[in-house]
Design a protein around this ligand. Structure first.
Ligand SMILES: N[C@@H](CCC(=O)N[C@@H](CS)C(=O)NCC(=O)O)C(=O)O
Length: 239
């Protein structure tokens, strides 16, 4: 009999509890009326409850932003936000298609549904008090993950992660990308997403998270394998 891996058990329990605090929000596709020609850019960090609201909106619209992780204590991308927006505050969205950039998770959600959806922000993002309090609850289940930067080397090319917001397994993979400040293209494939068929033709099956690293040629499923791979490949302090 294999020994019980308590760390893994704890990760899955708390990540599932975090997902349950925002049940299914961002996991199901909402009508997308336009696809951005150039990818949107989101500066954020995983544990930030406001960032989750922005990520849920992107996930619900099956949009594929470039994520620039800005965990506490990081230097790689935080400065750009200060320079462009004027302050360190996350999330920060940049839309190179329209020249718009903004702080404030509620404004970001409304903007995305106006620009790329049918103009109707779903209730779970629109009800501000509810959205923020439940998103804080979700973060509270894993308060230390996806929060602080871990020394790492910067990859030359963007990694790619197929994901959707409410999957506890995807959260574990996103936390590692965040902690290591690894910029990546997040490919959102929620249920009923029109982009799922293209994903399956690349990966062979519908399962997320799925990581592609063009820097090494690595491709993999499984949150724990992804986390281990990212730390072994990019952490520089022996984590
Ligand atoms: N009202 C803002 C609040 C954003 C906010 O307070 N973000 C925190 C992180 S959760 C922040 O940027 N803190 C500064 C920092 O992390 O350096 C929103 O909804 O976007």
């Amino acid at each position: 009999m294999r020994p019980v891996d308590f760390t893994r058990f704890w990760d899955l329990t708390t990540a599932t509890a975090a997902s349950a605090a925002r049940p299914n929000f961002g996991n199901v596709h909402f009508k997308r009326t336009k696809t951005p020609e150039q990818p949107l850019e989101l500066y954020e960090f995983e544990v930030c409850p406001y960032c989750r609201i922005a990520r849920e909106a992107l996930s619900a619209l099956s949009l594929d932003p470039i994520i620039y992780p800005c965990p506490k204590g990081s230097g790689r991308f935080r400065e750009k936000v200060k320079q462009e927006g004027g302050r360190y505050q996350f999330p920060y969205l940049v839309d190179p298609n329209t020249g718009v950039s903004m702080y404030e998770s509620a404004d970001i959600a409304d903007y995305l549904f106006r620009q790329y959806g049918d103009g109707q922000t779903p209730w779970f993002l629109r009800q501000r008090g509810f959205a923020v309090s439940t998103s804080m609850l979700a973060s509270g289940f894993r308060p230390q993950r996806g929060r602080r930067a871990v020394p790492s080397r910067e990859p030359e090319k963007l990694l790619e992660l197929y994901s959707y917001e409410g999957s506890p397994f995807c959260r574990i993979a996103r936390e590692a990308l965040c902690e290591l400040e690894l910029p990546h293209q997040l490919r959102n494939v929620p249920r009923r997403s029109p982009d799922r068929d293209a994903f399956v033709s690349i990966s062979g099956k519908m399962q997320v998270p799925y990581l592609l690293d063009p820097n090494t040629g690595a491709q993999m499923f499984e949150s724990e394998a992804i986390r281990r791979y990212l730390y072994e490949t990019y952490a520089t302090n022996g984590h």
